[in-house]
Design a protein around this ligand. Structure first.
Ligand SMILES: [Mg+2]
Length: 271
């Protein structure tokens, strides 16, 4: 076994144990009567739960893997793209779907990934309320949900497809999402906006939706989820078909047939 394989296997075992503990912490905040929060940007905010889970994960990862740097949503500063060059890096989203969490909506999750120069080697996502644990590593041929293999859907026609997208916190990019919706609304069966990229991509990975599209994301939203989707059989690229990694701004994920159809649809609209 190479050092990299050893690290990924050790990391997987560690995270499969750690994330449910972090989830317990998030659950306590979820059910608490008061949830302190403050604004991060015009359309974004952070709660005490994000910060507590972030601290918990950082402390444990630092103790077990002291040599590996960590990028988290709550401690990221300046140009985060400099982290794309790191040989090896943890990427943490202590809570993906904070807006859902703060309004009593259970669609949120905790996401941790190990990446090598931006390419995910290991991804684990835990949904605290449903206790769903998803994971994948670069060594495996599948993604897993509570130990079971999962697969993306085999829906091949757009008219039967369920599309999931979302609004970014970056207001200027919402126009792009609006254009996307305008393009597809008459062609697909259903469109969902569920509010947590990490969680929503696990839904794609287990066949609950057929296409996931997002124009503006951060590495912590998708580093783990992108790998889980890939290992569940999705083709994952940027929205224009360029190769994806955790630092890509956009994502298009679907089974190979629908992914191709979405790229064709995009190309047509530009003519
Ligand atoms: Mg978050």
């Amino acid at each position: 076994m190479t050092d990299k394989e050893k690290l990924v296997k050790g990391g997987r075992t560690f995270l499969l144990d750690l994330l449910p503990s972090a989830g317990q912490m998030a659950r306590r905040y979820f059910h608490a009567e008061e949830l302190p929060s403050h604004k991060k940007g015009t359309h974004d905010f952070v709660t005490a739960a994000d910060l507590a889970v972030d601290k918990f994960l950082i402390e444990h990862l630092k103790e077990r893997f002291p040599e590996i740097p960590i990028l988290t949503e709550e401690t990221a500063e300046g140009d985060i793209n400099r982290f794309a060059k790191e040989e090896i890096l943890w990427i943490i989203d202590p809570l993906d779907g904070t807006a859902n969490f703060s309004r009593g909506d259970v669609n949120f999750s905790i996401s941790v990934a190990l990446v090598e120069k931006g390419n995910p080697l290991l991804g684990v996502i835990f949904c605290p309320i449903s206790s769903r644990l998803f994971w994948a590593t670069f060594l495996d041929k599948s993604a897993f949900w509570n130990g079971r293999r999962i697969k993306v859907s085999d829906v091949s026609e757009l008219e039967k497809a369920v599309v999931c997208t979302d609004w970014s916190h970056v207001l200027e990019t919402r126009e792009e999402t609006t254009n996307f919706l305008r393009k597809i609304y008459g062609q697909v069966r259903q469109i969902k906006i569920l509010g947590s990229a990490a969680t929503d991509l696990t839904l794609l990975a287990r066949g609950g939706v057929d296409i996931y599209h997002h124009v503006k994301l951060y590495p912590w939203d998708v580093a783990a989820a992108g790998l889980i989707a890939q290992k569940a059989g999705a083709v994952v690229t940027e929205i224009d078909g360029k190769p994806w990694n955790a630092f890509s701004e956009s994502i298009l994920a679907a089974n190979p047939i629908l992914h191709q159809k979405m790229l064709e649809l995009n190309a047509e609209a530009k003519v």
